[in-house]
Design a protein. Structure first.
Length: 225
């Protein structure tokens, strides 16, 4: 006899959380609807795709409306649609007051979802802070700026004299690549100087370090088993 995702949730996870009766039924319906599985509630879990199973995990975890929800790499092996759906649900739960502890090796997920990030290497905490704090602490960042060719040499000489610009070198398509101690802060100084000297800015691009850069800085680039 087939057992639906809803009955599995009801008979196992729901009872583990101490739910029963109408309260359990309401919680199951709400959880399945939230993760987009209401229309597949009568199917066996073995018929679910990997992404659907991950979404069912999330439904089971939020059945009892917990104050703290721990998610261990919830998007491994899922399709892009399910991944985005999980993100939306995590953000919605957090906005509703649930504290979410989210473990992942995908730094773009941590950068999008997490208010604070802890980087753990071989069981040791090596960094802790908001994504922005960790990225800013790494420093660096490149400003790629395009100016007229006949003004480039003079502009380069002036720009490397700025406190937040550490070096300048030729970039792609005739741009200047300015290595900085912090691209966002240096950009103000760069634009003010070019404006003062009446140097037109033709192109502008900022290449900043990201959370993956921070992770590799603290954990190294050696392959892990």
């Amino acid at each position: 006899m087939k057992r639906s995702a809803a009955s599995i949730t009801s008979s196992f996870f729901g009872r583990l959380y101490g739910l029963s009766g109408s309260r359990l039924g309401t919680a199951i319906e709400s959880a399945l609807e939230t993760v987009g599985l209401s229309d597949r509630a009568s199917d066996t879990v073995s018929e679910y795709s990997g992404g659907m199973k991950r979404r069912l995990n999330l439904a089971a975890g939020r059945l009892h409306d917990p104050e703290i929800l721990i998610l261990d790499e919830p998007t491994v092996g899922v399709d892009p649609q399910s991944r985005n759906h999980i993100f939306d649900n995590v953000e919605r739960l957090n906005a509703g007051g649930t504290t979410v502890i989210y473990t992942t090796h995908y730094m773009e997920e941590a950068e999008r979802l997490c208010d604070r990030v802890a980087i753990v290497d071989h069981g040791r905490l090596v960094a802790l802070g908001t994504p922005r704090e960790l990225i800013d602490a790494l420093g660096g960042g490149v400003i790629q700026i395009g100016v007229p060719e006949d003004r480039r040499a003079a502009a380069e000489a002036d720009l490397v004299a700025l406190d937040r610009v550490t070096s300048a070198s030729p970039g792609p398509d005739g741009t200047l690549d300015l290595q900085t101690t912090g691209a966002q802060h240096a950009l103000v100084d760069v634009l003010q100087m070019l404006n003062r000297d009446n140097v037109p800015v033709e192109t502008l691009r900022i290449l900043e370090p990201n959370l993956e850069s921070v992770f590799l800085r603290f954990t190294g680039r050696t392959l892990r088993d």
